[in-house]
Design a protein around this ligand. Structure first.
Ligand SMILES: [Zn+2]
Ligand SMILES: [Zn+2]
Ligand SMILES: [Zn+2]
Length: 512
């Protein structure tokens, strides 16, 4: 056959309508991309393995008999039906536990299989699950989609980690876990152990930094430099991180910044050494030479080290580089409004996309903060929706309020991992964790929404309508940074205030 297969000759899944084939058929070429394998025959036709799995994991009230159970059937008007009411779907009851669900070839359900596998992996060597790990077994066992648990255990990494913990090859502590590899899987298991109470909570990023530090210092060959950097790390960098951790989560960026401060300090010491100097013999000319070749962010990253070294008398008093921030060019107000309009109308955007875009374009929220936001920040007050970003809460103009309340009701990632109780506005895939700020940044990129530039424009527009302290309060920004921005953009409230202002009013969008 030549050319793409189309029209009536092409098989399709009766549920998702994607092009499909029978398992023994060759893969046809179609203009629509991936061809699914049609594995089951349901009354409405052949369906693909994905739709079958979904049918076996959908529970709720049957719209025909009213019973609360598995509802794999779909009626002609989209009704959810149990297998008895739908007819012709088969029996989904596990002969072992009596529950309905996805059944493996041997007839057992995914949860029974998962339980067996976990019992085996968590066996302490006596034929019993290690007592301390029973809560872990329970928390994985009851996950809403046990098939994803089976998939997790089908790869080699996780079973090796679980076995090592169960057999006592390493201590059942944060330190013990850190001896295991690979890192990603260890982090996942650590989150699960914290979520089920086996291990005490720990600031993950502070912990990662503490894990990273000794190896990094070890690699510094010059003994004197290593000793200086160790002192700086201990008395300045770590102390600040611990202080931050006591107040709230350290977060990805702070952890990365701390490493960057150390790397820049090491780089500066090497540069001095190349020029036959040490920190104590460093002159203004040496510092200026380094500064001349450094970018703004590099200068910023070195500052904490220079300040610390000066205060401790390791560095003679010198003029420290001050660097001026490179002004970002914000998008125009017209572009911003176009983007906000797209948030309302673009059918390709999910509810989460819309909320993310609005937080950047309307409220100038940094991604770090968005990642940490809880659903409690969205407040419904009668017909009005308010956002608690700072104080006071900010009203969300219609029709955007609805986007926020809808998103809270239908967040993703609540079923994929053992993360059913997450209160994060954007739950992550890992237990008890929010989404990573990088994921948010990538999503904005995919949506074609400029993050920093969009934020800069948003904050400028807000500053034209209310005094900086009011904007700062509403958005939860530090006062100084908004004042600074106001001053730099030359658009202070004073110049624009035309008598009328309401501190709670957000900029009005042109109707259309
Ligand atoms: Zn399908
Ligand atoms: Zn029924
Ligand atoms: Zn079962």
């Amino acid at each position: 056959m030549t050319g793409p297969l189309e029209g009536p000759s092409l098989l399709r899944c009766a549920r998702c309508a994607r092009p499909g084939r029978l398992s023994r058929q060759p893969i046809p070429t179609t203009a629509e991309g991936r061809v699914v394998v049609l594995t089951r025959r349901f009354p409405e036709g052949r369906i693909c393995s994905g739709c079958y799995a979904k049918a076996c994991e959908t529970y709720g009230r049957c719209e025909a008999c009213g019973e609360h159970r598995l509802t794999p059937g779909i009626g002609p008007q989209g009704q959810r039906w149990c297998t008895d009411c739908a007819g012709g779907l088969g029996d989904f009851t596990c002969p072992r536990c009596g529950q309905e669900g996805w059944l493996h070839r041997d007839g057992q359900c995914a949860r029974c299989l998962l339980t067996d596998q976990l019992r085996e992996l968590l066996d302490d060597g006596t034929g019993q699950v290690r007592a301390e790990l029973v809560p872990l077994l329970e928390s994985i066992r009851v996950m809403s989609r046990p098939r994803s648990g089976l998939l997790w255990l089908s790869r080699p990494q996780a079973p090796a980690i679980l076995t090592a913990l169960a057999r006592g090859d390493v201590a059942l502590t944060h330190e013990g876990l850190s001896c295991l590899a690979p890192k990603r899987s260890v982090i996942y298991v650590r989150d699960l152990l914290i979520a089920c109470g086996v291990l005490p909570p720990i600031d993950r990023f502070l912990f990662l930094f503490e894990q990273w530090l000794p190896g990094w210092l070890e690699a510094i060959t010059d003994e004197q430099q290593r000793s200086l950097l160790r002192q700086f790390a201990t008395w300045d960098v770590l102390r600040k991180l611990r202080r931050a951790a006591a107040k709230g989560p350290v977060g990805h960026y702070r952890n990365q910044n701390a490493r960057e401060h150390l790397r820049k300090a090491a780089g500066f010491l090497e540069d001095l050494q190349r020029h036959g100097r040490t920190l104590s013999t460093c002159t203004q000319a040496d510092l200026d030479r380094w500064t001349a070749g450094a970018s703004f962010s590099q200068r910023q990253a070195l500052r904490p080290f220079l300040k610390w070294a000066t205060a401790r008398g390791h560095l003679p008093p010198l003029r420290l580089p001050t660097g001026v921030a490179i002004e970002r060019t914000p998008i125009s107000q017209r572009q911003r409004i176009e983007l906000i309009r797209r948030v309302r109308t673009d059918p390709a955007m999910t509810g989460g996309d819309r909320v993310l875009a609005l937080l950047v374009l309307l409220y100038a929220q940094p991604l770090n903060k968005i990642a940490q936001m809880s659903i409690d920040a969205v407040i419904r007050d009668g017909d009005e929706v308010l956002l608690r970003l700072g104080d006071p809460a900010t009203p969300v103009p219609a029709p955007f309020g609805q986007f926020f309340t809808d998103h809270v009701a239908r967040r993703s990632n609540l079923t994929t991992a053992t993360n059913p109780d997450s209160t994060f506005l954007f739950p992550g895939r890992r237990a008890g964790q929010p989404i990573h700020p990088t994921s948010l940044r990538l999503r904005l990129q995919q949506l074609g929404i400029p993050n920093l530039d969009g934020r800069t424009r948003a904050i400028r527009e807000l500053l034209m309508r209310a005094p900086a302290p009011v904007v700062a309060g509403m958005l939860g920004y530090a006062d100084a940074s908004t004042e600074q921005l106001a001053a730099r953009s030359g658009a202070t409230y004073k110049n624009y205030a035309s008598g009328e202002h309401d501190s709670r009013r957000m900029p009005r969008l042109p109707a259309r």
